[in-house]
Structures are given as C-alpha cells and as structure tokens.
Design a protein around this ligand. Structure first.
Ligand code: PGA
Length: 249
C-alpha cells in the first residue's frame, strides 16, 4: 500500500516562517511525491497553507477537532470547518491532547466520527507511556486504546492509525524496530478482527522521534505504512528525507 508521511507542526509557526517552510517543501515536491504527504499546521495557518501548498499534491490536515459539528464551544474547531479550509485529514487523540486535555478513548472515538461525517480521514493516535512499557503493559494499553478510539463505520478510506509511544515523542528516543514490529502486528490483527479484510488496508503509521537518520529503518518494518513526524517536520530537508524513505515503505 502507498505509504503516508504526515508532518505535525504542533503549536509552532507564524505566517512568515510557515510560508518559508512551505516554499522549501514545495520546491522539493516539484519532482513528484514519492508517497502521500500530509502537513498538519496550527489551525491559524491552515488557510494560508492550503494556498501555499496548492498544486503541490501535498494535502493539509488539522491537529484536532471537536466531537460536535458546531455549537457553543469557545475556542474549539469543528471538523466541517477544517474541511471547509481544504483539509483532507485530522489528527485525533494525540498523546499531548490525551495528556493536556484529559481526552478519553470515548471522546476520541466521537472526534473520529465527527471527522468522518465531515468527509475527513481521522488519524487516530495511540501509544503507551514509559511506565506502562516498563510494567510490560504496552500491548494491553494500545490494544485497549484502539478498541476504545475506533468509531463505528471506520474504513481504510476514512481512518489511519498512528502508534506513537509517549516516551518516544519529542525525546530523541525511538522505539526499536522490533518493538514497533510487535505493536504494529498486534494493531493489524486487531483491525482485521474488527473490520474484516478491510483491516488489512488501514494505514498504520509510526510516530515518535522519526528523523532523517532512522526513517529508512522504521519505515521498512512490517505493517508500518508511513510516519507521523513532529520535530523533524519543521525542517524541510529532514522532512523530505523522511518522505523519501516513504517511497520504499
Ligand atoms: P516527534 O513528534 O517526531 O517530535 O517525536 C511526533 C508526534 O508527536 O507526532
């Protein structure tokens, strides 16, 4: 299956530097995209970035959405608003939202369902903490997160699952290929049990300190169909090295 490399810019960027970054990425994309490429800028920049990435083949995504389509939810962004700005995807359940906003699996499933109603692909994130891994509970934790966060009606066309061990995010500590292989095989098995044959075609991304130096190795792991990239996605050269690794994934 064609892999997907997604950049999560998190809460970084003002129009001026984001436009410079977009221009640098577009220059690299000029020779064609080796895999599907997605950029998830802060909500404030999505409109500007939709224009900046126009005709590049690179698609845009949100970093979160509300579970409702509209209403009295000050400060929140609804999935139809992201679609209206030209987004094709939205990340839901990122560990930083689970941690900082106490998001539960049930809420994340509702957000993913909202994304689907708006015609967006939901990138559902999950991953164990350092303590959970040390206690030997990594498999149980991610398995429970997937069961709780996958909404009814999930298909390979509207859902991507990203395994992002919390202890690997922004730390420079990457999971070993063997650990990634074990969790991705488990997630694949669980997706097939939940969705039948379709479960084989849901893209599974790895995220957590993916960089230009380790992307080839991580993207070569069985059942890794791409990467969700934080820090390195802010550096066009590094991001493009990861995108290039997606060619052979
Ligand atoms: P990182 O972030 O690549 O900076 O570790 C990944 C993520 O949070 O999606």
């Amino acid at each position: 299956m064609r892999s997907l490399v997604a950049g999560n810019w998190k809460m970084n960027g003002l129009a001026s530097d984001a436009l410079d970054r977009a221009q640098a990425i577009c220059a690299k994309a000029g020779d064609g995209l080796p895999c599907d490429v997605l950029v998830c800028p802060p909500a404030t920049l999505i409109g500007t970035m939709t224009r900046a990435f126009q005709d590049s083949g690179i698609t845009l995504g949100g970093q979160d959405c509300h579970a409702e389509d509209s209403g009295a939810y000050t400060g929140d962004v609804a999935a139809p608003m992201l679609a209206d700005l030209g987004c094709s995807h939205v990340i839901v359940g990122h560990s930083e939202r689970r941690r900082d906003h106490a998001e539960s699996d049930a809420l994340i499933a509702s957000k993913a369902a909202a994304a689907h109603r708006a015609g967006l692909v939901a990138i559902i994130c999950l991953g164990e903490s350092a303590t959970e891994r040390e206690e030997g509970r990594a498999s149980d934790v991610v398995s429970a997160q997937l069961a709780g966060s996958l909404p009814p009606g999930a298909t390979p066309d509207n859902t991507v699952v990203a395994y992002e061990p919390v202890w690997a995010i922004g730390t420079g500590n990457t999971a070993t290929p063997a650990d990634v292989a074990e969790i991705h095989a488990l997630l694949r098995q669980q997706l097939v049990a939940a969705l039948g044959e379709d479960g084989n075609n849901v893209r599974l991304l790895y995220g957590g300190s993916v960089n230009a130096g380790n992307a080839d190795e991580l993207l070569a792991v069985d059942h890794v169909n791409g990467a969700l990239v934080g820090g390195a996605s802010l550096k066009p050269d590094d991001f493009w090295a990861i995108v290039s690794a997606g060619r052979s994934a």
